[in-house]
Design a protein around this ligand. Structure first.
Ligand code: LMR
Length: 393
């Protein structure tokens, strides 16, 4: 059966995690996979999650099947967290998914059913899984210019000019906040222009919202989605709870579809559920039930928001500290963008050889395109990192 098969190319993010694990050096530094670590370098279970899990343990009487859309209480609460009151709820379908990747996979399947042969436009660069995931369907992919490595900013005019080649019915995948891998986000004014642009050109926005709460705050990070929801007739959002609830391995996220009216929402929702059924029947329950308990309880939700805000502020602090240390050690402002970026990642603009040297000589692990996970940094090691970066330049 498998004689003709060759080994799959390594997943560059997950392979890096394996290399890090196997490195015996005590001073190694993991800035690869997007996982938040606290000041001691641990990825702890959030207090609110622990408390909700206890309540779930005490109250759950069955593990019988839920529906294909998962926990309806979770879906309702997630809709509120993301869309707030920006659109008529009868126009939005929400289904629980197996993480943000699961949500993207089902949405790709659904969009492929709706428009086989349409092109999904991806930012250059984007998360490495976007393209192969979409190519599993009958959708095509193309890239639009996004990140200007020289300035560390979004090259917005070029982005819009690039998207001009899209045809009506094409899909534009946008990072709702905390762009992965660059950390460079659109401003609200730019989002307004994108909303007008996609409406005029009849393009369908697909928003990847994997880091809500890690950029400028829970509401600010959903501002782009809410703005689009007020201006475009249809859109989709893939959210992840991996980072903002720190439930990575439990796999929970949601797919959301804003449709033209309540009748089409029912049709589209039924197709999304059928795609779920055919892909993995239904999503895993545990983390979704936990998050439902948090979001339905005012006090617990407030605790979770405080913990998340602490994480966000810590990342900002690390960004400032890192930019500062790099400025001092490099005697230049070339890395100042690290402070203005948002979310877990920034790209340092190093070559693959320089990234390899960081790993081999200093035990510092970052993705080969020099994306590093700011949330994996420790404050007491910023100097060491800045010195190493300058050393390999
Ligand atoms: C990342 O980009 O590091 C995270 O989204 C984890 C992953 O699944 O790649």
């Amino acid at each position: 059966m498998f004689e003709t098969m060759t080994a799959a190319a390594a997943d560059k993010i997950m392979a890096l995690a394996g290399l890090y694990r196997d490195d015996p050096r005590a001073h190694k530094m993991d800035l690869g996979v997007g996982v938040y670590k606290d000041a001691t370098g641990e990825t702890v279970v959030m207090q609110a999650v622990r408390e909700a899990e206890k309540r779930l343990y005490d109250s759950q009487t069955t593990k019988s099947y839920l529906g294909m859309g998962g926990d309806e209480g979770f879906n309702k609460a997630m809709l509120k967290l993301v869309f707030a009151d920006s659109a008529d709820p009868s126009r939005i379908f929400c289904g629980q998914a197996a993480g943000g990747t699961g949500a993207l996979r089902i949405l790709a399947e659904l969009l492929s059913k709706a428009r086989p042969g349409a092109t999904v436009w991806l930012s250059d660069p984007t998360w490495p899984i976007h393209e192969p995931l979409i190519k599993l369907t009958q959708l095509k992919t193309a890239a639009y210019p996004y990140f200007d490595a020289a300035t560390g900013k979004v090259k917005f005019d070029k982005m819009v000019r690039g998207l001009d080649a899209a045809r009506p019915g094409d899909i534009v995948l946008l990072h709702g906040c905390c762009h992965n891998p660059t950390g460079a986000d659109l401003t609200i004014d730019q989002w307004k222009r994108i909303a007008d642009f996609v409406t005029e050109k009849d393009l369908f926005p697909l928003i990847d919202l994997a880091y809500q709460g890690f950029g400028n705050g829970l509401d600010a990070d959903a501002a782009a989605v809410r703005l689009l929801a007020k201006r475009v007739p249809e859109m989709a959002v893939a959210t992840s709870c991996s980072k903002n609830f720190s439930v990575y391995r439990d796999r929970v996220g949601a797919m959301m579809l804003l449709c033209k009216d309540a009748a089409s929402t029912k049709i589209v929702g039924s197709q999304a559920l059928m795609s779920t059924r055919l892909m993995y029947s239904m999503p895993p329950d545990h983390a979704a039930a936990t998050i439902r308990i948090i979001l339905e309880d005012e006090a617990l939700a407030a605790n979770w928001k405080n913990e998340l805000e602490e994480m966000r502020l810590r990342i900002l602090n690390l960004r400032n500290g890192m930019a500062d240390a790099l400025r001092r050690h490099s005697n230049s402002d070339r890395f100042d963008f690290v402070a203005s970026h948002r979310g877990m990642f920034s790209r340092l603009g190093l070559t693959e050889t320089q990234v390899e040297r960081l790993r081999d000589e200093f035990g510092i692990y970052m993705v080969s395109d020099s994306r590093f996970n700011v949330a994996g940094l420790r404050e007491d090691r910023l100097e060491e990192l800045a010195k190493a970066v300058v050393c390999v330049l």
